[in-house]
Design a protein. Structure first.
Length: 241
């Protein structure tokens, strides 16, 4: 890919971003930094968008080799993973097994430039000072914060199940009120409702101080090897001194 092709592809991405993705909270990486060098995020996004809409599966090794043309010392390119779930670009990861694209582990594919990543919930768009569930669902694009399935559509993983979003606890130890509500489908909400504490994007950040939270930790520990159990014991012993 020549620099001319690179910049033409970036302009195409920018056009689609302004039309479809900007309003969804997806951020377009800068093409160049303050020193005039192409940014790594832009390089990876451009490579994934090459020949759009006829994108192809690209391995992490291929992305790393491409970025090394501009950053010779780079050893492990992680940008594709971050651009997807964290930044909102509709990039499938074979390691995550996102959907039916049959992307091999360690590879990525840009699906399109019109839709955001299904589980993407941009922090800047989400208001948590309300218990109006319709407003909360709207802020999250009417998608389950855990699995990304959209309300009214068939569940990604439970065929035949039509998604109905429910009020999920961020922290099940606290009341289901403003500041502690995330939208979850009936499948995700039922499975883990009393086990974990979630952040605003639906990621597990702590074990809940509930009987279910304690029980699930005990169950994990029972299945662990003696080596792991011993290491955890020593860690907790030092932590609780």
């Amino acid at each position: 890919m020549t620099d001319e092709t690179l910049e033409e592809t970036y302009k195409l991405i920018e056009k689609y971003h302004n039309k479809y993705l900007k309003e969804k909270g997806v951020r377009l990486p800068k093409l160049k930094d303050n020193n005039g060098r192409y940014t790594k995020d832009a390089l990876v996004l451009v490579k994934l968008a090459e020949n759009y809409p006829n994108t192809k599966i690209i391995s992490k090794q291929e992305l790393t080799s491409f970025v090394r043309k501009y950053y010779p010392d780079v050893s492990d390119v992680q940008q594709a993973r971050h651009l997807g779930m964290q930044r909102g670009w509709n990039i499938v990861s074979g390691t995550r097994g996102d959907n039916g694209e049959k992307v091999p582990s360690g590879s990525y594919k840009l699906i399109d430039l019109e839709n955001s990543y299904p589980a993407f919930a941009p922090k800047r768009r989400v208001g948590f000072d309300t218990d109006d569930f319709e407003q909360i669902k709207k802020e999250y694009g009417y998608k389950c914060v855990s699995c990304g399935t959209k309300e009214g559509e068939e569940h990604f993983f439970r065929k035949g199940v039509i998604v109905k979003l429910q009020k999920g606890h961020m922290n099940p130890s606290k009341p289901l009120v403003a500041g502690n509500i995330i939208p979850q489908c009936q499948i995700c909400n039922r499975a883990d409702r009393n086990r974990w504490i979630y952040d605003k994007t639906g990621r597990v950040i702590e074990v809940a101080e509930t009987s279910d939270g304690v029980r699930i930790v005990k169950a994990f520990l029972q299945k662990a090897s003696n080596k792991v159990k011993w290491e955890i014991f020593l860690f907790l012993k030092n932590l609780l001194r």
